[in-house]
Ligand binder design. Structure first.
Ligand SMILES: NC(=O)c1ccc[n+]([C@@H]2O[C@H](COP(=O)([O-])OP(=O)(O)OC[C@H]3O[C@@H](n4cnc5c(N)ncnc54)[C@H](O)[C@@H]3O)[C@@H](O)[C@H]2O)c1
Length: 249
């Protein structure tokens, strides 16, 4: 299908995991995709995979937590594709620590990457959306934004913050044909949870999820394509939990 033909999407943190699956999914729908990634190696690999599938892709090395880096990433996107229609704020990090033992520097690092990064990327694309007469922002929050996480207060604060940011920005941009929505993945098998859980611990979680399995990166593609497509033109300020029915015990 070509639901996104002629559109250009920027997907941050799309060298691996959920972002990579979303970037490939948007490309399959006809979008040209900027792989906006801090890791050059994984960014280039994702770019090659999309190009091999016959779609346009450009890997751009970016640190979403730095304004200058974000601005030059958007400039590279415009120089290559001449427009930007969709922004997926997906880049994120998870550091494990109790609040008591948390270094302020780590609190700041998580906030800057997960929350300030989404603000900087959104602010950089909105002028282009306004010139073009519309656009889509999709923020990748987390079910942890609703439920919290032991030893992840900084992460939970960013993910809850992204939900508020989504609602506020949606109101601000509603009259300009720009929608802003959030997807909240539940536990999904990527490098992020594998960094702080054993495989056994991760898969044990399946027993308390309504659908009795944890997520896979591909589970988030359909909701992202929907929110990016014309089918969702009247949907804004919304948060969709994509978590297999949640933790039900
Ligand atoms: N995996 C899960 O269980 C889960 C659940 C809920 C939400 N999420 C969220 O989904 C998003 C993707 O996570 P994932 O699970 O695929 O993790 P991941 O660690 O596999 O991918 C994150 C990507 O972001 C990139 N990145 C990190 N810092 C960056 C920066 N400053 N600038 C640009 N890129 C940067 C990384 O290099 C990596 O490619 C994150 O926002 C995460 O918080 C994940």
């Amino acid at each position: 299908m070509n639901r996104l033909e002629g559109r250009t999407a920027v997907v941050t943190g799309s060298g691996q995991g959920i972002g990579r699956a979303i970037a490939l999914g948007l490309a399959r729908e006809g979008a040209s995709v900027v792989i906006a990634e801090i890791n050059q190696e994984t960014g280039l690999a994702a770019q090659e995979e999309i190009r091999q599938g016959g779609q346009k892709a450009l890997a751009v090395n970016v640190d979403v937590s730095r304004e200058d880096s974000v601005r030059s990433m958007v400039e590279r996107c415009l120089a290559e594709f001449g427009r930007v229609d969709i922004l997926v704020n997906n880049a994120g990090i998870y550091l494990v620590s109790s609040v008591e033992e948390m270094a302020e520097e780590n609190w700041d690092r998580v906030i800057r990457t997960n929350l300030v990064g989404a603000f900087l990327c959104s602010r950089a694309v909105v002028p282009e959306f306004l010139k073009q007469g519309g656009g889509r922002i999709i923020n990748i929050s987390s079910s942890i934004g609703f439920y919290g996480a032991r030893n992840g207060a900084h992460y939970a604060a960013t993910k809850a913050g992204l939900i508020g940011f989504t609602k506020a920005l949606a109101l601000e941009l509603a009259l300009h044909n720009i929608t802003v929505n959030a997807i909240c993945p539940g536990l999904t098998d990527t490098a992020q949870p594998r960094g702080h859980r054993t495989e056994e611990e991760m898969y044990a979680k399946a027993n308390v999820i309504a659908m009795r399995r944890i997520g896979q990166p591909g589970d988030h593609v359909g909701p992202a394509v929907f929110l990016a497509s014309d089918a969702a033109r009247f949907v804004t300020g919304q948060t969709i939990l994509v978590d297999g029915g949640g933790v039900t015990g």
